[in-house]
Design a protein around this ligand. Structure first.
Ligand SMILES: Nc1ncnc2c1ncn2[C@@H]1O[C@H](COP(=O)(O)OP(=O)(O)OP(=O)(O)O)[C@@H](O)[C@H]1O
Ligand SMILES: [Mg+2]
Length: 391
């Protein structure tokens, strides 16, 4: 089939043709949106967690779009190792504030812009321009301590959007990469927001790997109660079908049922795999009805794409000691994880602590995580199979 017309969108953060299986989440967000817009009242912020490629970034993008369409003040950022979160936040928020200056009565923004300026000065975040000279607001966000200054900024942002009759949405992707200090600051600020009565209409959505909830809990003891944690899982059979079938029908092609079965089995419900498989089958299909043969060729191509895009570079970056641990993990299990003690035994090590160095390094690299204490699992779906196929 003509690749130009290919509807599938494999790739980080790329909006899929059909955003399957997330209706409940959007429905719940709509309730939050309406509470904020109609009552000026916020709600418990969300933390979205999920393995690589499950669709976190796409969701963040959709939520941002909804809020921007509603005229909200929106800041969307991605935490990157070695980069200051405050700086990323200030940069994206500045863009939204410049837009707000055009849409709203500037007098109603005076305090917010002043506190924002204090924030950028006291945390030394570099040049962030609002397109107008604003003096720092004395006594606000000027301590140089991230948690205090972020709290001041969030509170004035919440108060301002309530006054303006809209909401504020802060979206932080890859939150697991933030430092403990940054996580603690975010939770402190959200805690403050939620303690006002009624709750200020500032809503935060953080997204990250499944390790994120425990990282947040380590940074602040009350984090477990502060957020609503929502784990994004793989898609059901029905939703996976929709993700593969609808985009094809919309472009006047279709799947033979047996071919679809093959594609579904290859994708295993993972959103990213569904896109790779859909794309490869489309590109390799000889006619407008996708046959089993088309699906065979397509799934092989997709597998190679996934190997190259998802697994190979991660595998290549692992040291020999890390590879030994990854190999053992791949042999011992998949999915929910393996008890580290069992891994040690399988590797002929005297105890679990003998693995603590490679274990910690692999967690830092974001390749594995601890679903619970003493257990280890892959963050990248299907990695175990790739590793088993090596050598
Ligand atoms: N609900 C969905 N239905 C179908 N395809 C989806 C869905 N969500 C995401 N995808 C597709 O999955 C791929 C990965 O999405 P995304 O980048 O949002 O994942 P992620 O969870 O942010 O991954 P990572 O942890 O690597 O950042 C993209 O190609 C996207 O189009
Ligand atoms: Mg992502």
């Amino acid at each position: 089939m003509d690749p130009v017309l290919n509807p599938f969108k494999p790739g980080a953060g790329l909006r899929p043709p059909i955003l399957a299986g997330r209706d409940t989440l959007f429905g719940d967000f709509d309730i939050v949106r309406r509470r904020i817009t109609e009552l000026g009242e916020g709600d418990r912020s969300w933390i979205l967690t999920g393995l690589r490629g499950v669709g976190k970034t796409v969701l963040i993008g959709e939520l941002a779009r909804t809020a921007i369409n509603g005229g909200w003040i929106v800041a969307k950022l991605e935490v990157r190792k070695g980069h200051s979160m405050a700086e990323e936040l200030a940069t994206t928020l500045a863009t939204s504030l410049r837009g707000a200056r055009r849409r709203f009565d500037p007098h109603k923004l005076t305090q917010l812009l002043g506190v924002f300026t204090s924030f950028t000065v006291s945390l030394n975040v570099g040049v962030v321009t609002l397109g107008v000279d604003i003096d720092p607001a004395a006594g606000f966000a000027d301590t140089g301590r991230l948690s205090t200054d972020l709290t001041d900024l969030f509170v004035v942002l919440g108060e301002t959007v309530r006054e303006l009759g809209v909401g504020a949405l802060i979206l932080i992707d890859e939150l697991q990469e933030a430092t403990a200090e940054e996580m603690a600051a975010v939770s402190t600020a959200i805690h403050q927001i939620s303690q006002t009565s009624p709750v200020l209409p500032l809503f935060l959505v953080g997204a990250g790997l499944p390790s994120l909830p425990s990282q947040l809990a380590t940074a602040n003891s009350y984090a477990e109660r502060l957020y609503q944690f929502r784990a994004l899982s793989t898609l059901s059979e029905l939703d996976s079908r929709a993700a593969l079938v609808q985009p094809v029908i919309e472009r006047d092609a279709e799947w033979d049922e047996a071919a679809l079965r093959l594609a579904l089995d290859a994708a295993n419900g993972y959103p990213y795999f569904l896109q790779e498989v859909g794309k490869a089958v489309w590109n390799n299909a000889l006619g407008r009805v996708f046959t089993v043969e088309d699906a065979r060729v397509g799934t092989d191509v997709a597998r190679e794409e996934v190997n190259a895009g998802l697994y190979q570079s991660r595998w290549d970056r692992a040291t020999p000691a890390q590879k030994d641990l990854l190999r053992a993990l791949a042999e011992e299990g998949e999915g929910d994880g393996v008890v580290v003690r069992d891994l040690a035994r399988a590797m002929g090590k005297p105890s679990a602590s003998a693995l603590s160095v490679p274990r910690d390094e692999l967690i830092k690299k974001g390749l594995v995580y601890a679903p619970e204490r003493g257990v280890l699992a892959f963050t990248v779906p299907g990695f175990h199979q790739f590793i088993r196929d090596q050598d």
